[in-house]
Ligand binder design. Structure first.
Ligand code: TXA
Ligand code: MG
Length: 312
């Protein structure tokens, strides 16, 4: 069911859950200071309780109410990238309910860049919001994806298609090494260029014991099997679904989608394609191998999500 902003405020205040638009993907929102409401998001998603949530805020003052011993870098990062797709992991204040952080002493916070959701948070206060998919299916980037996953079980604030289409960058600021736990649109290079802060990436062997529990799971997967395509073929089988990005390839076949070097549009459409391919019962999705990371800021995050969709 699509609802108005007014209704969303009312539902959140009464301890209910509402799906909200953000610039990355839609989230399943609840009042961050209402443990019973937050619990509903875990139950609805089928999310393991040991996977903590991101708290979404609309003002810098709200950050002070959630985190303590905030390092100076956090302020610099927030001023540079908020509102936007960067989540900061900080030491939590005792007032943040344990269910939000899955018992961790840290809390993940971000200020989303979406006018409707900012208006909502201004009226409700901080909201927890995991991506609004059922656990195991790709994150929703349109209101109708949530209706597909939950039918009438979840009310949705429709804010149009998510602009970025991939989840936020998660950056841990609680240990001396500033580390990206989940890559997203904001890259290590952007962070260092714009703020002078040096950050590292989590290496493959520590990912299994990641400080970001969500990155241990194999989500982001459609039901169809996903494969890398080393080379673009001359002709395309009707029974498979194709996602291409090379320039100068345009194919008028409904199962072939060509982005001609536009990686923004490629990222924005990725999860939508995963869902469409499943909906139309394709059993295989072929994705053209991505170029080097230096070719575009979104390639690192795209590779991360596609590697997860591909590996079993
Ligand atoms: O773009 C996004 O971040 C979206 C939109 C709705 O804001 N949200 C999102 O939430 O992707 P979710 O719950 O699907 O992913 C949150 C990630 C998980 O990998 C989780 O483990 C990690 O953030 N996380 C949350 N709290 C954390 C903490 N205290 N320490 C480390 N990782 C944390
Ligand atoms: Mg998620």
């Amino acid at each position: 069911m699509i609802i108005s902003l007014e209704k969303a405020v009312e539902l959140i205040r009464s301890g209910d859950v509402v799906a909200i638009p953000t610039e990355t993907v839609y989230g399943l929102a609840a009042d961050a200071f209402h443990p019973e409401a937050v619990k509903k998001t875990f139950t609805l998603k089928g999310r393991p309780p040991e996977n903590p949530l991101i708290v979404h805020i609309s003002s810098f003052e709200q950050l002070e109410g959630l985190a303590e011993s905030i390092p100076e870098e956090a302020h610099r990062l927030a001023e540079t990238f908020w509102p936007g797709p960067l989540t900061l992991v900080l030491n939590k204040k005792p007032v943040v309910p344990d269910i939000v952080t899955a018992g961790l002493p840290t809390v993940a916070v971000r200020m989303p860049d979406h006018p409707l959701t900012c208006k909502l948070i201004e009226r409700t206060g901080p909201l927890t919001a995991p991506s609004a998919n059922r656990s195991g299916s790709p994150s929703p980037t349109r209101a109708r994806h949530i209706l597909e996953d939950y039918q009438s079980e979840v009310a949705v604030l429709d804010g149009g298609q998510s602009e970025i289409g991939l989840e936020s960058t998660v950056l841990d600021l609680t240990s001396s090494e500033r580390c990206i736990l989940r890559p997203g649109f904001i890259t290590a290079e952007m962070i260092s260029t714009k703020t002078g802060i040096r950050v590292t990436h989590q290496t493959e062997n520590i990912k299994q014991n990641s400080k970001s529990p969500g990155t241990r799971y194999t989500h982001y997967k459609p039901k169809a099997l996903v494969f890398w395509l080393d080379e673009v073929p001359k002709s395309f089988e009707d029974k498979s679904y194709y996602l291409l990005h090379s320039k100068n390839i345009s194919v008028s076949q409904k199962n072939v989608h060509s982005y001609e070097g536009n990686f923004h549009a490629f990222a924005r459409g990725l999860y939508d394609h995963f869902r469409t391919a499943d909906h139309l019962s394709y059993s295989q999705i072929f994705v053209e191998k991505l170029p080097e990371e230096s070719a575009h800021p979104l390639i690192f995050a795209l590779k991360d999500r596609l590697d997860r969709a591909i590996s079993s």
